[in-house]
Design a protein around this ligand. Structure first.
Ligand code: SAM
Length: 284
């Protein structure tokens, strides 16, 4: 009979957050597959656990994945841990789970800390519907496309970011989401210097003009305004096309009308030219 793969969540800072069950599993498995064996060894030493370790990370996951599957098929029980938090969340893990499923191997989880969820619950922003976006690409075009693709998403958005990229990311977010969008910046969660700061994007950029980002960050961004009213229909449902376009016009410029037509067409999911001719032609 095959063994079991245990996906074990480990602390994201405070070692006291490790669960009793996680310690029990780590203490009894045949092998621990760790993203970084040196870091995991420190964790194991802290809890007086001594089990065989092997590395499993982004760059060896193909060969190591096959090796781990062979051991599991051979009846060995294996725990997988990442450097911190929950495996497979912006960390290696999902490929191994897929391989286990393909090979009819039981996978179970030992749940625990996830930085994204901790930041979300501390943010005070709506937590009922959220989208986890992980790390943005370092490629400028890909980042921009990703931000553009979520700018109208009404769900709360969660991003991971490295300190040296924080300022750029805030500027990119401001370009796509606007200066007034609220953001909660959660830093060093569960650690000594835990900090949760609440800003608009414009305020956040100003703040980091005089503060150097340090430590680990989660960015929780308010979702776009909902396009529906409390009766469950679109807020513009009772409007004529003209009224709808005019509700978006902020000044007398040609660009303001063009932008308003674009937004109206997007709300109604119809081609812009249809809105253009209804608006300029006076039709409905
Ligand atoms: N698997 C992890 C989890 O469950 O959250 C995430 C691993 S990902 C490689 C590392 C990123 O998670 C960091 O760059 C940071 O954005 C976020 N992170 C991890 N620990 C954190 C902490 N204590 N405080 C704030 N963010 C943290």
């Amino acid at each position: 009979m095959s063994g079991i793969l245990y996906l074990c969540a480990t602390p994201i800072g405070n070692l006291g957050d490790i669960s009793e069950r996680c310690l029990e599993i780590l203490n009894t498995v045949d092998l621990i597959a760790a993203e970084d064996t040196r870091r995991t060894l420190q964790l194991l030493n802290h809890f007086g656990i001594s089990r065989p370790l092997t590395s499993y990370h982004e760059h060896n996951k193909r060969e190591k994945g096959e090796y781990i599957i062979r051991l599991l098929l051979d009846g060995k029980n294996i725990a997988q841990v990442s450097d911190a938090g929950t495996p497979a969340i912006s960390d290696p893990g999902e490929d191994l789970v897929r391989l286990c499923i393909e090979n009819d191997i039981t996978v179970t989880s030992v749940p625990g800390p996830v930085a994204a969820i901790n930041a979300l619950i501390l943010s005070g922003l709506p937590a009922a519907r959220y989208a986890f976006e992980g790390f943005l690409s370092v490629n400028k075009r890909h980042r921009s496309e990703r931000l553009e693709s979520v700018k109208d998403d009404p769900r709360t958005l969660i991003f991971y970011e490295a300190p040296h990229k924080l300022k750029n990311t805030l500027s990119d977010m401001l370009k796509h989401f606007g200066a007034e969008r609220r953001i909660v910046i959660a830093r060093e969660l569960t650690k000594l210097h835990e900090e949760v700061l609440r800003f608009t994007l414009a305020e956040a950029i100003k703040y980091y003009e005089s503060t150097n980002p340090r430590g680990e960050y989660v960015l929780v961004v308010e979702g776009a305004p909902e396009n529906i009213n409390s009766g469950g229909e679109a807020w513009w449902a009772g409007m004529t096309v003209r009224e709808h376009v005019e509700s978006y016009i902020k000044d007398d410029s040609k660009d303001a009308v063009k932008e308003a037509i674009k937004k109206t067409a997007s709300d109604r999911s119809v081609p812009r030219r249809e809105i253009y001719s209804a608006y300029h032609g006076g039709k409905e």
